[in-house]
Design a protein around this ligand. Structure first.
Ligand code: CTP
Ligand code: CA
Length: 236
């Protein structure tokens, strides 16, 4: 019904999708996070499962209301993760058996070096604020792409700000190459565009630097366009 397709063109495909945003602990009650709701990744998981794929969703801090669609779906297994480290561990454990990996999760670029076991209290810093020492997280996507087997398809996402579409695509091409992925979905964002709103535009850049497709519409429509494009890069 509605946007749901009856064609099971992903039947037999195993797909691993990450979604949401990681949280990096500062102390037991605080974290560094970001604004990714997980909606686009959830839409991809649901669309893929509706088309017959066997989907595992690694959900990083996604609201229960947003996850309701996937938890009810017989074609999707959900595992909750929190930090980048959790996400990397769960991905690595499942990567080899996936035909396609789609990384929509916003992975924190940095984590706090030596997060405190105890709550940080103001009385411990009477003269000012504590300093957080940050260290870089590993690039999970780059690692998955480097380790992929022939025939496995690795898809990345990039939310970018840019002054023009040309600049956006140029950034996207550089990032696609740096990550070594088969496909990079570039999403233009501003302070609100692309995050909370339902409408979305994705530019899909392949390994030849070509924009294979630009899909605009609801997150579900963007998901369908992405899945069509994944099928296209897999057959050539
Ligand atoms: N990603 C990842 N591991 C990281 C950072 C990002 O796997 N440590 C993945 C994201 O899930 C996404 C893609 O890489 O699919 C692009 O993320 P992005 O933050 O745009 O890339 P970065 O390399 O972190 O570049 P930037 O400096 O623009 O944030
Ligand atoms: Ca980043």
């Amino acid at each position: 019904a509605g946007e749901t397709r009856a064609i099971l063109d992903l039947d037999g495909m195993s797909m691993l999708v990450s979604a949401g945003g990681t949280r990096e602990p500062i102390d037991p009650v605080r974290f560094i996070g970001n604004r990714s709701s997980g909606r686009q990744g959830v839409a991809i998981a649901v669309a893929a499962a509706d088309r017959g794929a066997d989907v595992t969703l690694l959900a990083a801090n996604i609201d229960a209301a947003i996850l309701a669609d996937v938890e009810a779906h017989p074609g999707i297994a959900v595992t909750a993760v929190s930090s980048a480290d959790d996400l990397e561990r769960e991905l690595t454990a499942r990567a080899e058996s996936a035909d396609v990996i789609v990384m929509t999760a916003a992975v924190s670029d940095y984590r706090v070096d030596g997060a405190s076991d105890q709550k940080i209290r103001k009385e411990d810093h009477p003269d000012g604020a504590p300093t957080l020492q940050l260290v870089q997280n590993p690039d999970i996507l780059q690692g998955l792409a480097a380790d992929r087997w022939p025939g496995q398809t690795i898809v990345g996402f990039a939310a970018e700000t840019a002054d023009s579409t040309d600049e956006l695509l140029e950034r996207g091409r550089r990032k696609r190459e740096r990550k070594g992925v088969d496909l990079l979905a570039v999403n233009e964002v501003g302070w609100s565009a692309g995050f909370e709103q339902e409408q979305n535009t994705l530019h899909l850049i392949d390994a030849h630097d070509d924009v294979l497709r630009t899909v605009s519409g609801t997150k579900r429509q963007a998901a369908e366009g992405l899945l069509d494009t994944i099928l296209r890069v897999r057959v050539r």
